[in-house]
Write a protein that binds this ligand. Structure first.
Ligand SMILES: [Zn+2]
Length: 266
């Protein structure tokens, strides 16, 4: 039971609440709307680092071709978005430089594009990674493989401050990204895998987490796409074909377009 004096106080409080807090509740129409203006596309590997080797293809070439197509589709269809590449040719930007390019450009999104490989030649399908350590042990092989690129770099001991890609303990130093960036990364990764599965008819192995070096340092939502397994002859043939590259690139483009629309209407 509330006594009448308290009742009056409570009533006053309820009536005044909108005035007391009114000034502190941000008015939606007054908040500057978020616009996705810049995206960094990162073709994995390059130059002296071929990445995974198929029987007739190199990962670095497939990554670059698909990445350039994604950029082309974005430029053609989203003229308000600027595309920055970490490489546009067969060069070798270090693993450290790639996210730095995204940070220095104050990009709104970082997308790294790779192709997979496995000792089991029958393994196939796509997967998209976000920064994280869930199921780390299950994904350690691929994380180790992608991060081991730094061993090809000069002065890697100095540049990576003792980080050893093959030692699980080294990964203790990875920080998790902010919750908002994580959620946005997962939402883009979901869109990419859905597009691969529903529109290109690929087998989606899902959205996964891994402490990839290139996903660790960007201060914006970021994903790492694995287009398929070059160790699987059928999937290698698909990814080597012009049509295959165009299908995969347009799927990534559509995901980015839908992600942009969703995030800007929030
Ligand atoms: Zn790779």
């Amino acid at each position: 039971m509330v006594r009448s004096k308290n009742k009056k106080f409570l009533l006053t409080l309820v009536l005044l609440t909108p005035f007391i807090f009114g000034g502190y509740i941000p008015n939606e129409t007054m908040m500057p709307a978020f616009r996705m203006k810049k995206i960094v596309l990162d073709a994995g590997h390059g130059g002296k680092d071929p990445g995974n080797l198929g029987s007739r293809s190199k990962e670095k070439d497939i990554n670059l071709a698909v990445t350039l197509l994604v950029g082309k589709y974005i430029k053609e269809n989203m003229p308000d978005v600027e595309v920055v590449y970490t490489r546009k040719d067969d060069s070798f930007p270090s693993l450290k430089e790639r996210p730095q390019i995204a940070n220095n450009n104050k990009a709104d999104l970082f997308v790294s594009i790779h192709s997979n490989s496995a000792p089991n030649k029958s393994a196939f399908g796509t997967e998209t990674f976000v920064m994280g350590t869930k199921h780390f042990e299950a994904n350690f092989d691929i994380v180790k493989r992608e991060n081991s690129v730094i061993l090809l770099e000069d002065n890697y001991e100095e540049n990576y401050e003792g980080f050893d890609p093959s030692s699980p303990e080294s990964y203790m130093m990875f920080n998790l990204m902010s919750k908002v960036h994580f959620e946005n990364s997962v939402s883009l990764a979901d869109q990419i895998e859905t597009q691969f599965r529903d529109r290109v008819g690929r087998k989606s192995r899902g959205v996964k987490q891994g402490p990839f070096y290139v996903l660790w340092t960007p201060s914006m939502p970021s994903v790492l796409v694995e287009l398929g397994f070059l160790s699987n002859s059928e999937e290698e043939r698909f990814l080597m074909s012009e049509a295959g590259k165009e299908y995969m690139a347009s799927a990534i483009y559509r995901s980015i377009r839908d992600y942009k629309e969703a995030i800007e209407s929030k």
